[in-house]
Design a protein around this ligand. Structure first.
Ligand code: CTP
Length: 405
C-alpha cells in the first residue's frame, strides 16, 4: 500500500520516525511529507533514510512530476503524526500552502490525524471546531493520550504511541472508511488479559491470554468517542491505549470487584478477559518448599462468574439497560464443534453478544490477528473475517452500537 506520513512541527515529530519504520517494515511504500517547521525537529535526511524516498516540504520541487497533486491522489492512506493545532487549522480550512496541505486536499483515501499539542491548545474552542470540521470532512482524528507533555505539565494532548497510531492506521486500511464517532457520550467498561490466582508468594495459576484483544477493544471504543474504563489483568506489557482509564487487577476476585464498581451507570460491559474459573483454596504465606515429599495436590474452589453476575444484576433491575458482551474461547471436542459449544454458552450466560474465537494451534492467544463469529441473543450469527484485533473489535462495536439504550 502507498502511505503518506505527514509530519507537523511539534516536538513529538521524533516519534514519526518509529511510525515510518513500522510502515516500511510491514511492506508499505512510504512517502514522508513534513512541514517546514517539522524539519526544525527532525532532519530531512532521517526521513529520507527511513522511508527510502525523497522528502520535500514545498510545492515547487520536481514540478514536472506534479507531486502536490499526485502524492495525494495515489495514496491509500494519509497519516498525520504529529498533527499540531496549526496544521489541523490549515487542513480544516482547506489551505494548500505547502506540499502536505496540498496533498490533504487531493487525497480521497482514509486520512488519520494523530494530534499532539498542549492541553490548552487541544481544549481551545478553535481547535475543537477544527477537529469537528475535519471529522465532518471524513477524516479520523484520534483522541490524544493524556500524560506528560513537554515540560512539567500533564493532561490530554500527548501524541498516542506509534504502535497505537499504526494499529489505527492498519484498521483504516482494513475498513477503508473513517472510524465512526457513534460512541460519543457513552461509557464502556472493557476487561482484558488473564487473571492470576496465587498459590504462594512466587507462584500462581494463570492462562495464556495476552490482553491484546481486550486492549484493541478499549482502544477502538475510545477512538469512536466512548469514555472507556479498561480493567486489565495480566497482559504482556501492553501500552495503555490513549484516552482510556486503566485499572490494574491481579485475581478474578479483584477483577469482579472492579467490573461491578465501574459497570454502575455504564452503557456497555465487554468481558474480553480470560477469568480463571478456579482458585487455590489455600494461599501459602511463605514459598512452598519442594522438601522430600511427593508433590501435594492443589485444592481448588470456584470463582464467581463475573459475566453471569452482570446478567443477573441487570435482570434484577440494578444495571439499567446495560449491554453485555461476552467472549468464548473454544476448541470443539467429541460433544460438538466450536459453534455448537458457543451457542450453548450464549444461552447459558445470557449476554447480548458473544464473540467466539477458535483457539489452539497458534490461534487467538498472543498473536496479533484474530477471527471468529459473533453470536447475538436475537439469534443472529455473523462470521468475523480474519484481520487485526482492532478490526475484530471494530466489527463487534458495529454490532454493539444499535443495542445501546
Ligand atoms: N467469565 C467471567 N467470569 C468467570 C469466567 C468467565 O466473567 N469466572 C467470562 C469471560 O470474560 C468471557 C466469558 O465469561 O467473557 C466466557 O468465558 P469462558 O471461560 O470461555 O466460559 P466458561 O463460563 O468458563 O465456560 P467453560 O468453562 O464451559 O468453557
Amino acid at each position: 500500500m502507498r502511505i503518506v506520513v505527514g509530519v507537523g512541527g511539534g516536538i513529538a515529530a521524533y516519534k514519526a520516525c518509529s511510525l515510518v519504520r513500522k510502515f516500511t517494515e510491514t511492506g508499505h511504500h512510504v512517502r514522508v511529507i513534513p512541514t517546514e517547521s517539522a524539519l526544525q525537529f527532525v532532519g530531512k535526511a532521517t526521513f529520507e533514510a527511513l522511508s527510502g524516498n525523497p522528502v520535500q516540504t514545498g510545492v515547487f520541487a520536481d514540478v514536472p512530476e506534479v507531486p502536490h497533486v499526485r502524492l495525494g491522489q495515489e495514496a491509500d492512506l494519509v497519516v498525520i503524526a504529529p498533527a499540531t493545532a496549526d496544521l489541523m487549522a490549515r487542513a480544516a480550512s482547506g489551505r494548500a500552502d505547502d506540499l502536505l496541505t496540498a496533498t490533504l486536499l487531493t487525497a480521497r483515501c482514509p486520512v488519520l490525524f494523530a494530534p499532539a499539542m498542549h492541553t490548552e491548545m487541544w481544549e481551545h474552542p478553535a481547535t475543537i471546531a477544527n477537529v469537528a470540521t475535519l471529522r465532518a470532512h471524513g477524516s479520523t482524528v484520534m483522541e490524544p493520550a493524556s500524560g506528560r507533555l513537554t515540560g512539567a505539565d500533564t493532561g490530554p494532548g500527548r501524541l498516542p504511541e506509534p504502535e497505537e497510531i499504526f494499529a489505527l492506521a492498519s484498521l483504516l486500511l482494513e475498513r477503508s472508511d473513517a472510524l465512526p464517532r457513534d460512541l460519543e457520550g457513552r461509557r464502556v467498561v472493557v476487561s482484558a488479559g488473564g487473571t492470576r490466582e496465587p498459590l504462594d508468594p512466587v507462584r500462581f495459576l494463570g492462562n495464556r491470554s495476552s490482553g491484546k484483544q481486550g486492549y484493541a477493544m478499549a482502544r477502538v471504543a475510545a477512538q469512536r468517542g466512548a469514555q472507556v474504563t479498561l480493567i486489565a489483568g495480566n497482559t504482556i506489557g501492553l501500552e495503555p491505549p490513549a484516552a482510556v482509564e486503566v485499572v490494574h487487577v491481579t485475581t478474578a476476585e479483584q477483577m469482579g470487584t472492579a467490573v461491578d464498581k465501574h459497570s454502575v451507570g455504564a452503557d456497555a460491559v465487554i468481558m474480553a478477559a480470560a477469568v480463571a474459573d478456579f482458585r487455590p483454596v489455600n494461599v501459602a504465606a511463605a514459598k512452598i518448599k519442594k522438601g522430600a515429599h511427593e508433590p501435594n495436590s492443589i485444592e481448588l474452589t470456584k470463582n464467581r462468574d463475573i459475566l453471569a453476575g452482570l446478567v443477573q444484576a441487570r435482570r434484577d433491575g440494578q444495571l439499567g439497560g446495560l449491554a453485555i458482551v461476552g467472549f468464548a474461547a473454544e476448541t470443539g471436542d467429541e460433544h460438538g464443534d466450536v459453534l455448537t459449544h458457543a451457542r450453548a454458552k450464549l444461552a447459558r450466560k445470557g449476554c447480548d453478544l458473544l464473540v467466539v474465537n477458535a483457539v489452539g494451534e497458534g490461534k487467538a492467544f498472543e498473536v496479533d490477528n484474530n477471527d471468529g463469529w459473533l453470536l447475538g441473543a436475537d439469534g443472529t450469527e455473523q462470521s468475523l473475517d480474519h484481520g487485526s484485533k482492532a478490526l475484530l473489535a471494530s466489527r463487534v462495536l458495529d454490532a454493539l452500537g444499535p443495542l445501546l439504550r
